[in-house]
Every structure is written in C-alpha cells, then in structure tokens.
Design a binder for this molecule. Sequence first.
Ligand code: PEP
Ligand code: MG
Length: 599
Amino acid sequence: MGRKPLSGFAGAPPTTERRLIGIAVSPGIGIGPVFSAAEQPALAPRRKIAGTEVAAETTRLDAAIQQSRKQLIKLRGKLAALPEKTQAEIAPLLDAYLQMIGPSRLVRGARARIATALLAAETAVADETAAIAAAVLAAPHSDNAAAQARRAEEVREIGRRLIRNLTNAPFRSFAALPEGAVLVAEALRPADAALLDPSRLAGVVTEEGGSDGHTAIMLRALGVPAALGVTGLMQAAQPGSTIVVDGGTGLVTVNPTEPVLAEARRQVAAYARGRQRLARLRRLPAVTADGEHVELQANMEIPAELALITQAGAAGIGLLRTEFLFMNRETLPDEAAQYETYRSVVEAMDSDTVTIRVLDWGGEKEIEALAANGMVPELGANPALGVRGIRMLLRRPELFETQLAAILRAAASGRVRVLLPMVTNLAEVRAARDIYERVARRLRRRGERLPDTLPPLGIMIETPGAALAADALALEADFFAIGTNDLTMYTLAVDRGDSDVAALYDPLHPAVLRLVQFATEAALRIRMPVSLCGEMAANPRLVPLLLGLGLRSFSMNASAIPRVKQMVRTLKIDDCARFARRVMEQSDPARIQELILGS
Ligand code: PEP
Ligand code: MG
C-alpha cells in the first residue's frame, strides 16, 4: 500500500451506539477501548540543513502538502456515505484543513523557516504549527475559549498530517497501546501492522484498506480480528469509546449497549471453542473422502507466525514473503542476517518444504530501507504497474544476488524452493536463472555447503500476462505458485487495497477463474508442480472448485488450514470435477457466486 497516514478528527466522543460496516478481513470478535492511532504525534527529531539543501527541502514540503491535499479530498469524497448530521460536522473541518495547506500562513511560514532558519521541512512544519497554535490561543478579544482551543487543535492536527507524510515513518508508538485495546486508524501500512503484538491487541479497525491488501493479509496472519474500509470510523470512534469489531462480518459497533456487549462476549467464547474443536484436526491427514492427498501449506509474513504454522499442522511453507526482512529499518539486511533468518525457518520446518519468495518490492509494498539506500526508483504514478518484484531485482542484481546467496546457503539445512514474484515474460525467468546459477557457482567456489541439486526455481503466476503465457513459462520454471491476489487485481483493474473499489474485487470473476484454470492445466500437462497461494486458498467454500480445476496444493494463512482441511476431508474428486465444469460454463459472476457461496 502506498504511504497512508494515520489520522483522525478532533471532537468530543459521542456516546450513543453507532453501527458501521466495513470489509471483514480477519475473523474473530474484538471488544475493547478505542486506541486511536491519531493520538500519537509523528516522531520527527529536530534537524538542521545546509544552505545547499534548501531547494530539496522545499520540494519535500511541497510534495507532502500535495499528498495531504489528496488524502483530505479523498476523505471528503467519502462523506456522502455518512448520515447528513455527521457530514455537516466533518465537512467544515476538512475544508479548514484544506485551507490551511493552501496559500496560507502555515505554508508560507514553513517555507520561510526552511529558507532562513535552515530547518528540515518536518522541523519547520512543527515549529510553524506550534507558533500558529500558540498565537490562536493567545489571541485577544475572543470570548470563546473552547472555539480557540478547537482551532489550535486543528492547526496541530494538520501539522501532524504534514509531518507524517514528510517523514514517511511507520507508526512506531504501539508500545503505548493499552492491553486489550482496539486500534483505530485512518489507515495502517503493512509495515505498521508488522509491529503489532497480537497478544496485547483486541482488534484493528481502519477507515481505509481493502480485503486482500497486505495490511489485511498481515492482520489475518497475526490472527487479530479486523475490519478495514470502515467509512465514518474516525468520527464515530473517539478515544474513550468502547468498540466491538466483528472481523467475520465487518460490523463495527461503537459505544455498544449492554445487550450488544453481552452478545459480543458470548461470541468471543463461542469463537474460542470453535478454534479448539478445529485444532483436533491437526493430526488428521488432508485427504479427500475418496483418498486423494491434498497438500495444505502455510503462507508466512513474519517469523512470529512460526509457532502458529507448526501448530496448525501445515505441510510446509508454500509462500514465505520476505518483505518483512526489509521493513521498519533504515539499512538493508546483509547476506549473513538473511541467512540466519532463512535457516531458522527451514530448520523449524524440519523435513517440510519452505518456499522462499525473493523480495517483492513495489506496488503497495513500499519499503523504506530500499529507498533510504537509493536502491529503488521513486514509486511512479502507477506503482502497481511499475518497477515491481522481479523487475526491480533484475535492475539491482547486487540485492538479488545477496538474497539468493542467503537462501541457497539455508537450503543446506532442509528442503527449500525459490520463488520469483511478478513475472510477466520468459526473459525474466531466464535472466533470473542465470543469476541464480552464477550465485551458486560463486558460493561453491567460496567453499559454502550447498545441496548437490539446486533448489527448484519457480514463478508466481499473478499477472494475466503470466497466466496466458503459462504454457511457455512452464518450460522455463520448475514450479508455479498462483497468486490470485494480484491476479484478480490486474485482471479486473481493481486495486486490492482500495476500499473504494473493494466491491469490484472478485476472485470468482470468470476472467480470473479462466486464468487460474489455464495456468493450472499448463503445469499439469507437463507434470510440473503447481500450487495456489493467494487468499482464495484460505476459503473452505472454494475448495471444491479448486480441486475440480485440478489443483492439489494450497498455501494459506496458518489459521485457515484446519477449516480447509475439514472441507477437503468431506469431498470426492469426481464431484469436484463435475462442479468445476458447471462453474466454468458460467459467464455471469453473480451466478458463479451463487453456485459457490450458495447465496
Ligand atoms: C498474490 O498476489 O496472490 C500473492 C500471493 O502475493 P502477494 O499477496 O504477496 O502479492
Ligand atoms: Mg502478489
């Protein structure tokens, strides 16, 4: 997800019950006091600059103003979905913020502080907003102290937004999060989510975000009940309120009445009992009722999941996303650090395979360490279509080689496969394989212990181009991992992390299913391993269709494995094949939904 700030609206907490609906992204019920991410000031140490840096700092300030303006306009656009009374409260506030970043005293003052006091842009904004807020509070002739205080808070709030956009810093104040609270934010980046401690957190609710963006994936991985894309949240959920989030339905209740609270508590207990029942499936094999073996593996986002993955009875890791290694840090992890991480995962998985995907930078996966070290270009106007995944790694062979070397060395400790993200053509696979083999030769010369046969080198099928060229790519790759999250996004031209178009994001659209079928058949024809590791794999109701299309290997968030296994064990392959034929004859997405979801 692109840089999205954490912010909110000022105002007194309303106390009447409010029900809001968002996108259900991580099941479970969370009950707790609101902890608003907007309460935390952005962390920006004071910084002076040299005279030669004035122009660059001014450009940074202008970019942050531009970004803030876009965010505020987007928020204003969403107001229409709210009750009229709420709109009337918020609209003037947004207009005031927009005015303050127009040709205003704040902007002129911040520019002047950069140029004359030689301050970094964030320091200039902090000083200027503090000065304006102090002047507002000290203004004579005002007999309305409450209005003055409100106005001063508005100035500070727009300052915080500008600073957050300037520092591009992930939200690092989770230490202050009271135990059992529900985190409420305008938006949460994947890097922010990676810092959450699920054992201290009752739930997460945000105003922005889609169902299969990386923040959603991360929250599912952490097992935190969550709803994203909840319009009107920041106005309704003020600090001091109690909030209930149902991550299975997306229903969010602010200031719940006593009966609603009691029902939510009952559901929390029922959910825990359900999980205990499912845990008993751990030791049972993933075999269909007619004896066909199905491989159920886990996706892994962060090492903290390892225990959950082994407890869930995963038959290996089908997708180890390595972006976490590069998040929330200013320097790049070297070969030794990466090797230690991969080796510990490979050893923990014992004799089960670990599929390590090389860094997938770009799109919504923005990683500061790469930018800070000048490794990557500025994200372009359309990051999802720009230098992403394998495209970036081929441009930065030193980064690619370091990671491959660490993975190859870890392969001496267990079973490993290497996976390339965002492939769209044969040349990329060939170029990557050349580098892969070169790195292996270099390591052998260095005397490193490597497996005799190099680990299989596979590719993600996550673009329509790769899916439609799957027959050709199958001749170059050692295995396919079908990534339906991006495949859905690119096929339907629907941003997977954008709540505004979330209703159009449909992995069951016939266009997506046909691409999955085409790629699967291309692999099966030449008996090449193929698995599906997008979020579709975690939905038990899709198992009959996917088995019917010929897939036998799935990778999903660990907590989904028991339910999927339960489903696998009830099915017969012939029935699944018949069902898949019926589904694939349909051209109307609504009819497919009806067939699969029975609604
Ligand atoms: C996918 O795109 O389906 C996938 C599994 O990769 P990611 O979600 O990491 O982009
Ligand atoms: Mg992907």
